[in-house]
Design a protein around this ligand. Structure first.
Ligand code: SF4
Length: 346
């Protein structure tokens, strides 16, 4: 079990639910546009949001940004310790740094400020920027990543700073899995998981699902970001679906069959429409869309609500029992009505 770390109003580690993170993708100096993204992310049920802080003016924006959201705001800092300090002074709930980019003196200033403000620090190293000194010493990149991260942890501990979250990311899925396993076996700080530079949605979701999924299935990981070259809300949706797939999430579990020659309806149309209807609903229920009654109802007998195709008709079922049969023309509207009933929506 990892230690717990409190990031604003969200606690990660120690067996708490895995928190979903994303990152705004526009300059925070454009406060209105950033506020809009924060609103969208919060609506999508994002738990923690990170923003890039490339300069002092951006750090000063954090206090204003926090008026637009109740999500904890994490400041992403590269190189300049002053940006970390200014972000914390402006209310950042966590900062992300790579201590390899800071002198010992500057790291101490950051740790002192973080302790003073009660702000945790994510120590993040990436495959693309692994410290050359460690690469030369250990020869292979995986060991260099692991050892550099653990070295930075010990540097923070020497400063009596323990409010730490770890991350070690790579664009290589196997490397991400191997290094996180190695790190998790050697310390008990919470770990932020992700495959970085994963690409656009389709490829990125698959790479992240394999990397993050393997680790979560091992019991490793306390917070996740599915990095995508896409709108940040897509990252949150992908993360939710990934957590649901592992039985670790919240929200509707949606299933639909792959369709075969027994299918009696335009299954793709129904599956797409129902998925769109339920994907952002925060209710712990399972909804099924199946191609035929013959097998579909039995295969999804654990569904809280399902539809299965027949000849011009669609059967609605709950826990394996048909409770209503409707004409195909009205099936979708009536199924939405049943979903609303199920989740108690007015
Ligand atoms: S539920 Fe019916 S249509 Fe769908 S895959 Fe199974 S047998 Fe085929």
């Amino acid at each position: 079990m990892t230690k717990t770390v409190k990031i604003g109003n969200v606690t990660i580690g120690g067996g708490n639910p895995v928190a979903i993170q994303s990152m705004t993708n526009i300059p925070v100096l454009d406060t209105d546009a950033t506020a809009e993204q924060l609103k969208q992310l919060q609506l999508a049920d994002c738990d923690i949001v990170r923003v890039a802080v490339p300069d002092i003016e951006s750090a000063k924006c954090i206090s204003r940004l926090k008026t637009f959201t109740s999500m904890p705001v994490v400041a992403d800092i590269h190189y300049d310790y002053r940006l970390a300090i200014k972000s914390m002074e402006n209310g950042a709930d966590k900062i992300r740094i790579n201590p390899g980019n800071m002198s010992a003196d500057h790291l101490k200033k950051v740790a002192d400020c973080a302790r003073h403000h009660g702000v945790p620090v994510r120590i993040g190293v990436n495959g693309g920027s692994v410290n050359r000194e460690f690469l030369n010493k250990y020869g292979d990149k995986r060991t260099a990543l692991t050892e550099s991260l653990l070295h930075y942890v010990s540097e923070m501990e020497k400063l009596a700073f323990y409010d730490i979250v770890l991350s070690v990311k790579s664009s290589d899925v196997r490397e991400t899995i191997a290094v996180n396993r190695a790190v998790a076996s050697r310390c008990d700080y919470p770990i932020h998981l992700g495959v970085t530079e994963a690409g656009p949605a389709y490829q990125g979701i698959i790479k992240n699902s394999v990397g993050i999924g393997a680790l979560l299935a091992d019991g490793i990981g306390d917070t996740v970001r599915v990095s995508l070259t896409a709108h940040p809300v897509e990252e949150v949706r992908a993360a939710r679906t990934l957590l649901n797939a592992l039985g670790m999430g919240r929200g509707v579990t949606f299933v639909s069959c792959p369709k075969c020659g027994r299918c009696g309806i335009d299954l793709e149309k129904y599956a797409r429409a129902v998925y769109e209807y339920v994907k952002d609903i925060d209710a712990d229920v399972k909804i099924a869309v199946m191609g035929c009654e013959v097998n579909g109802i039995g295969e999804c007998s654990d569904a809280d609500l399902g539809m299965a195709g027949g000849k011009g008709k669609v059967a609605f079922f709950k826990h394996g029992k048909v409770f209503r049969t409707v004409d195909e023309a009205q099936a979708l509207q009536l199924f939405f009505f049943e979903i609303d009933n199920l989740i108690g929506k007015e």
